[in-house]
Design a binder for this molecule. Structure first.
Ligand SMILES: Cc1cc2nc3c(=O)[nH]c(=O)nc-3n(C[C@H](O)[C@H](O)[C@H](O)COP(=O)(O)OP(=O)(O)OC[C@H]3O[C@@H](n4cnc5c(N)ncnc54)[C@H](O)[C@@H]3O)c2cc1C
Ligand code: SF4
Length: 515
């Protein structure tokens, strides 16, 4: 893949988790939580676990560079893989392996994949808009990529609009701000207003990429805007999303949090006439390319949900541990349930990784994973973590929702009662038993159930969105031809079984040397 940008120095690149945390201090962001403006999000006990999860993406790059870094053709240096433009199917596979590993290490959402997938989608979409309109977006975009790689920035991908009445197109909404749109222009750039919902890791990012959320028509031209803005741009308000049991991160010594160190983050981003300079605009009015951008982004992102298999590894480990602590681990049904959980978890991983292996090269030279299998992966993700969670709760027993508090455990009078009556196996400390139960609660009902369950349902599109993509690509006509020919049905359709495989099957049967 050729890049037409000059080499950029990486001397000041953010490389470690500690450097990352320092880099997001003192930004004077307009962040609201519990009705108050937060002076420094980095030091807020409820927000900090989400920052720790992002920091882990830097630390993994230091400790496992083969997994979490890549050699950049833009800078000539090794960069964090979350900023790399995929140059081969193997690059996409390595993204998935890095995602699984980070899921294992954090047990939550580490927040950088939306930006990674937006960068990869925009690489090809800007190129193809230029081809059609001679617009020059791709060169600008490459400069932006080079700058973010050299600095080692975190990029948030802001696609989902608040959308108002779902039955209406953006231009039909009674309030145009339901979808982010251009409000005014100057010679230097455009101003945008609107709001983006459920934005993963936005406050923990350095830059945001604003993108349209649905297919647009000619009357939606003003909504066809893609641009990058610094997180601390003037006119942005962040309204923090509450997660179930989130205030436990602010209590006691952290036992009740379940996963004290790591959590995800979502917030609503309100944009009030936020300026995007020309050099950071990558689509402006080309409404006919909005659908291509949404489809390519979701193609990448739907197999990024392999992250859930890493989180699933933690939950399976927690379920196996509590079974041991309860003295039930030798029972055949317990072993079978752990096998079932593993089978479901590996199904998610297999489809994600298969989608990445079956990648194709785009016109701009980067690689995109297989869309059919990415949708199958994400569709599994809308179901399987719920079943894995159900089985974990089965193995945990009712205590995971009726445990007394950490403070009660510490109490001079009732603490000993708790230690006595909540003892499981003799050789296991009651507090350890409580800790593993709290982790299962955290992942299936608490803070990290946001990422493990509901985000699995809706992130990168609700289940129906995957069914639509699967139905578009299922090639029923071709499959009917196959069946009718073998059944000996003598008609025109059966005679036409094509050896010239098209669409999905062209990807399935492409000889390896042409990949
Ligand atoms: C934890 C979490 C993190 C996320 N992170 C990000 C992020 O970082 N960046 C980002 O851009 N987005 C993010 N998302 C947003 C995600 O992509 C959306 O949640 C998803 O696209 C669904 O949109 P919605 O939540 O508005 O649900 P809705 O659109 O309200 O959907 C609710 C239900 O209504 C159905 N429905 C909606 N519209 C129609 C229609 N027109 N016709 C028929 N049925 C319809 C849907 O199929 C679904 O069943 C995140 C979401 C979650 C939950
Ligand atoms: S939910 Fe998974 S894919 Fe999405 S940003 Fe979080 S870790 Fe990455």
């Amino acid at each position: 893949m050729q890049q037409s940008v000059k080499t950029v120095s990486t001397n000041t690149m953010i490389r470690t988790g500690a450097e990352y945390i320092a880099s997001i201090r003192n930004r004077d962001l307009n962040v609201y939580l519990f009705g108050e403006r937060i002076a420094e999000p980095v030091d807020h006990p409820l927000i900090r676990p989400s920052i720790n999860a992002v920091a882990k993406t830097y630390d993994l790059a230091s400790s496992a560079p083969e997994l979490a870094t890549a050699l950049s053709p833009y800078t000539g240096e090794r960069i964090n893989r979350f900023l790399h433009i995929a140059e081969s199917p193997e690059d996409l596979v390595l993204q998935n392996k890095m995602q699984r590993r980070l899921g294992q290490l954090t047990g939550t959402c580490f927040q950088r994949c939306v930006g990674m997938d937006a960068l990869n989608a925009l690489h090809s979409v800007t190129y193809e808009i230029d081809e059609a309109y001679g617009s020059g977006y791709h060169e600008r975009f490459n400069r932006f990529v080079a700058m973010t790689q050299a600095a080692g920035f975190v990029i948030g991908g802001a696609m989902t609009d608040v959308k108002g009445d779902r039955s209406k197109a953006p231009h039909q909404q009674s309030d145009p701000d339901m979808y982010v749109h251009i409000t005014k222009r100057s010679a230097e750039g455009v101003y945008v207003t609107g709001a983006k919902a459920h934005q993963t890791g936005c406050i923990n990012s350095h830059w945001l990429i604003i993108m349209p959320t649905i297919r647009l028509g000619a009357e939606d031209k003003n909504f066809a805007i893609v641009g990058a803005i610094p997180v601390d741009s003037k006119g942005i308000t962040y309204i923090y999303g509450r997660q179930s049991c989130d205030t436990r991160s602010m209590e006691g010594r952290g036992l009740d949090a379940g996963n004290e160190k790591f959590a995800g983050q979502e917030a609503m981003i309100v944009l009030d006439n936020v300026f995007i300079p020309n050099e950071y605009i990558f689509m402006d009015g080309e409404y006919d390319y909005a659908a291509m951008l949404v489809e390519r982004f979701t193609c990448y992102h739907r197999r990024s949900y392999v992250c859930k298999s890493g989180v699933g590894d933690v939950l399976i480990g927690a379920a196996a541990t509590i079974a041991e602590y309860n003295g039930a681990d030798k029972a055949s049904h317990i072993k079978d349930k752990l096998v079932e959980m593993t089978h479901l978890n590996e199904t998610i991983y297999s489809t994600g990784i298969a989608s990445s292996y079956q990648a194709t090269q785009t016109k701009s030279g980067n690689y995109i994973n297989d869309d059919m299998i990415a949708n199958v992966c994400k569709h599994h993700v809308t179901r399987m973590p719920y079943e894995i969670g159900r089985l974990a709760q089965d193995l945990a027993g009712g205590l995971m929702v009726t445990l007394p508090s950490d403070q009660d455990l510490d109490h001079p009078e009732i603490g000993p009662m708790i230690r006595k009556y909540l003892q499981g196996r003799d050789d296991i400390d009651t507090e350890d038993r409580m800790r593993i139960l709290r982790l299962i609660e955290n992942m299936t009902l608490g803070r990290n159930a946001v990422g493990y369950l509901t985000e699995s349902m809706h992130g990168a599109g609700s289940p129906q969105a995957q069914r639509i993509q699967i139905s578009r690509q299922m090639q029923l006509g071709f499959k009917k031809q196959l069946a009718q020919k073998l059944a000996g049905i003598n008609n025109e359709l059966a005679e036409e079984v094509s050896t010239d495989l098209a669409e999905y099957f062209a990807r399935v049967f492409r000889p390896p040397e042409h990949k």
